[in-house]
Design a protein around this ligand. Sequence first.
Ligand code: ADP
Length: 484
Amino acid sequence: MNILFAAAEVAPLLKTGGLADVAAALPAALRKLGHDVRIVMPRYQVIRLSKTPQQGPIAGFFAAAGVRVEPVEVFQTTVKDTPLYLIDVPAAFDRSQLYGMADDDARFVLFARSVLGLMQHLRAVEGWHTEVVHANDWHAGLLPVYLKTLFARSFPAVASMFTIHNLAYQGTFSPFTLHLSGLTPGGDMTVHRDDDEQFNFMARAIRTADVITTVSPTYAREVLTPEYGAGLDGVLRERRDRLFGVLNGIDTEIFDPSHDPQIAAPYSLKDMAGKAACKQALQAELGLSDDPTLPLIGMVSRLTDQKGLDLVTDVMPDLLAAGAQFIVLGSGDPQYEQTFADLHRHHGNQIASVLKFDAALAQRIYAGCDMFLMPSQYEPGGLGPLIALRYGTVPIVRATGGLNDTVREGSNGNGFRFQPYAVAMLQATLNRALMAFKDQDSWAALRERGMREDFSWNTSAAIYSELYERARQLHGPGNQASGS
Ligand code: ADP
C-alpha cells in the first residue's frame, strides 16, 4: 500500500515528545511489512540549518490560507531508510520557535494544503498514487477533512487515518480560522466550549477520518468519558465504531542496552554487569553518592501537570527519608523546574535535576537507574516505561492509558502500579518497590521479566496495516461527512 504519513515531528530531526519517536519507527516497521510508506513534515528552521542532507527542491508550487498564497518547496531526506519529505514554506516554518505562535492556524492550514500539493506532484510526476493518508495529531488534522471536502474530487480514492497522540492539544482557534481553511461552517464549529465558538482542528479530523486511532487500548476507552475526553468525548462517542487503540512500540535498535553508544557499558540478559557500571557512572556524572546499594529512581519527562509532578514533589520528603536517590531530566513548567532545582541544591548527593532536553543523557538514565517513575494524570501511550523495561529498569506508574497496558504488578509482573490519583497511593507503591529492591534475587527476576518482553513495533505495525485496509473499506462515496 502507498501510505503518506504526516506528522509535525520526526526523530531524530526534530523531537519534543513521543510523537517524534512514533513518526520515525512506525513507518520503518510498516516498510518491513512491504508497504511503501513515506513521511512528510514541515521544514522548520532548525532542520533547514541542520547538517541533515536535504535534496531539492524536488517540487515547487503554491499553497493558500485564505487570501494568503505562499510559495512552497519540497525537499527530501531519509529517516531509517524511509523517504521523508520536508515542506518548506518559509513564511510559516522559517522561525526559531516550533509551536505556540499566534498564526499557528495559518501555518498548519498551509502545511495540510502543501501536503495535498505534494500528493498531486507525486501522482503527476512520479506516478506514485497515495492510497492512505495517515495524519497525526492536530497539526496534520486538516488532511482527512480536506480529503472529504475540498479535495474529495481530486483524490476520491484516498482513505485517511487520524491518530491522536495527545487529546489535550487540539488546535483550537477563533471562527476566523474558517476563512483561512476555506472550509464551511458546520456542526463541529462549536464542540466543547458552549459559550465560545471555536475552530477545532482535532474535532474536525475526528469527524471526518475514515479510521481514528489512539496510542493505547486503555486510552481509547478512557477518551470516551468526560473525565479524559478533554471536551471531545461526545465527538469521539459518535465515531466510536471507527476508534481503535494500538499500543506504541519503541525502536529496539536505538534503545538497546547491548549496543547503545551513549551508555557507560553494554549489558544484556546474559551478562548484567554493565548495568551496575551504568549506575555507577550515572551517579558520578550527576554528583550523587556512589553507593550501589541505594535504590536509584529516574524520571525523563516533559515537566507538565499531565505527568503527575504534584504527586512527585509531594513524595520527595519520604524518598529522602527512605535513603533513595532520585534523578529528573526534563523541562517545562517553571514552577516544577524551580522545585527540582531547589531540591537538587539542598540534597545534591541524593537528588539531581537536569532541566533541559538531552536525548543521550536520557539513555544513560534509562540504563543507570533501578526504577523509572511515571505517575501520570493521564497518558495516551507513555514511551518512558517501554524504554525503561528494555533497559532492565523497573517502572512505577499510575495505571492509566498506555501505562495500564504496559505495566503489570504481581507474581508475573514487570513493575509497580497504582490507580487513584493520590499522594498516599504513590507513597505506598514506592514503598512496595523499595521493599522489593531489598531482595536482590527477586529484583533480578523482576527486571529480567521486563527485559524479555517484546517492545518492537512488529505487532503494532501489523495492526496498523489491518486498520489501513479497514480505512480503505470504510472510505467511499457514501461516506462523505457533512458540515465540515
Ligand atoms: P510525551 O509524548 O507525552 O512527551 P512519552 O513518554 O510518550 O511522553 O514520550 C516522551 C519521549 O521523550 C520519551 O522518549 C522520553 O524519553 C523523551 N523525553 C522527554 N523529556 C526528555 C528530555 N528532557 N530529554 C530527553 N528525552 C526526553
